[in-house]
Design a protein around this ligand. Structure first.
Ligand SMILES: Cc1ncc(COP(=O)(O)O)c(C=O)c1O
Length: 452
């Protein structure tokens, strides 16, 4: 059996819900002891839609997207914000992103199909992935996506062949790895030289890719893309990467005569999962990204390119919560108290995958202090099926609605059917109204692909 490390610093923190600050969805409030989001009682939502349930604060998502647009364009008008669909995607989310005037980054044929089904304008879609299949490339080109972000020499040749067959030229960005190791979990660092993503700058592969791209009739090279990692708190990681990439843009111009017209700096801005977390603000992020690009371009005598940023987590994570029902409470003397809920690693794999940390409250006693330390376990057949380790919550009682915060990104999109668990519904809440945007799966859904 796996050993779950104790957190020796774990103490009841006696905070009530409202004291959790930036961890909460922006419209979270406590009324008559219940947690409300979007003007709605989460306990009533749990009753109506069942648990486990993802609840997304629509106002929060829209505000984040607007903040990204405002605080990047504040420094340079020619900026677009592409929501990274891998963080959270369904048709309603695509529509919301389009309504806010943002672009969309997709990382698979499935994400592209979802965007197209939602009526998302294809010219505002960027297609990502380090090993897009021929089918995915064909679908992207036939849909007319705005950009394919090319990740390998093989892909450059494939895009060229597909576009040439159609007597077209496909607009592409070349993904480069600036050699900056962002200060974050190793699994979500992507900008170092040793990465499965993109072309390295230092080893000359990026320059070679650009030189090749410029020679291909089916390729319209527009610019460069980088993404240095996720859950980044230190904005100087971006500053360093931008310095390196703009220097490279100068080299590209000298060596090939090509002027980079578009620079996509990826996503990665960190968020507060825990009360002590103090991520940079969107305003600070916008200033570092855009001002630094402008400044370095001026130094190198380069025109400032069209800039794209691709936030995912920082748009959706704190907008979302997961509601569970407490099913069993196992108090193991001198070991720990396990509170088991009706979900777990199937709706939130991040604790098992990255040792992620979350804050939680009992939604039906949200004004009470968090006076117990518990480990919240899922219902699946793995000892590592844990949502929270040694975390403060209000003393739990069977049947309580447990609300875990910060689950709006990389939870639903990473959900699985392990143990043939049906995946939860997603409800968007706003101004006192709820709309079901993804229904809970049924047992029939679990077998819909079984043909034997
Ligand atoms: C290419 C690319 N862009 C954007 C993102 C979004 O990152 P985040 O959710 O950390 O903002 C990712 C995440 O992995 C990514 O791979």
């Amino acid at each position: 059996m796996a050993h779950i490390a104790h957190n020796p610093d774990a103490r009841p923190d006696y905070k009530t819900t409202v004291e959790l600050g930036a961890v909460l969805p922006q419209t979270a409030e406590v009324r008559d002891g219940h947690l409300y989001i979007g003007g709605l009682d989460t306990v009533a939502l749990a009753q109506e839609y069942g648990t486990a349930l993802y609840v997304m604060d629509e106002t929060h998502i829209r505000t984040q997207l607007r903040n990204f647009l405002e605080w990047t364009r504040y420094h340079w008008k020619d900026v677009d914000v592409a929501f990274a669909g891998k963080a959270f995607l369904c048709r309603a989310m695509c529509q919301l992103v389009a309504e806010e005037g943002c672009y969309l980054d997709v990382a698979s044929g499935g994400e592209l199909a979802c965007a197209l089904a939602a009526g998302f304008p294809p010219e505002h879609i960027l297609a990502h992935g380090n090993n897009k299949t021929i089918r995915e490339l064909t679908e992207a080109i036939d849909a007319g996506v705005g950009r394919i972000v090319v990740d390998s020499f093989e892909e450059l040749a494939r895009v060229n062949a597909l576009a040439t067959e159609r007597a077209q030229s496909q607009a592409v960005l070349i993904r480069v790895t600036p050699g900056i190791v962002a200060d974050t979990h190793a699994y979500i660092q992507t900008g170092g030289e040793d990465s499965k993503f993109g072309f390295g700058l230092a080893n000359g592969l990026a320059l070679r890719a650009i030189t090749e791209a410029l020679e291909l009739d089916g390729i319209e090279l527009v610019g460069l893309h980088m993404h240095i990692g996720s859950q980044i708190f230190a904005l100087n990681s971006y500053a360093k990467a931008i310095e390196v990439i703009v220097h490279f843009m100068d080299t590209v111009r000298t060596e090939t005569g090509f002027t980079v017209a578009e620079l996509d700096t990826g996503g990665g801005l960190g968020i507060a999962y825990g009360v002590p977390d103090e991520p940079a603000t969107i305003k600070q992020f916008g200033k570092v990204i855009v001002d630094d690009i402008k400044e370095h371009c001026e130094q190198h005598g380069l025109p400032v390119p069209h800039i794209i940023v691709e936030p995912g987590r920082s748009v959706a994570a704190n907008a979302g919560v997961t509601l569970y029902t407490v099913g069993t409470i196992k108090r193991i003397p001198e070991v720990r108290t396990y509170v088991a809920v009706d979900g777990g690693m199937t709706d939130n794999i991040r604790t098992a995958l990255y040792d992620a940390h979350y804050e939680a409250v009992i939604a039906n006693r949200a004004d009470a202090p968090r006076d117990s330390i518990v480990t919240v376990a899922g219902k699946h057949c793995e000892s590592g099926d844990i949502v929270l380790i040694d975390a403060p919550i209000q003393t739990p009682v069977l049947g309580d609605v447990l609300c875990v915060f910060g689950t709006g990104a990389y939870c639903q999109s990473m959900a699985s059917n392990y143990n043939k668990q049906v995946r939860p519904a997603v409800v968007f809440v706003r101004d006192g109204a709820a709309r079901l945007v993804v229904r809970r799966e049924t047992y029939e859904d679990l077998m819909r692909c079984d043909v034997g």
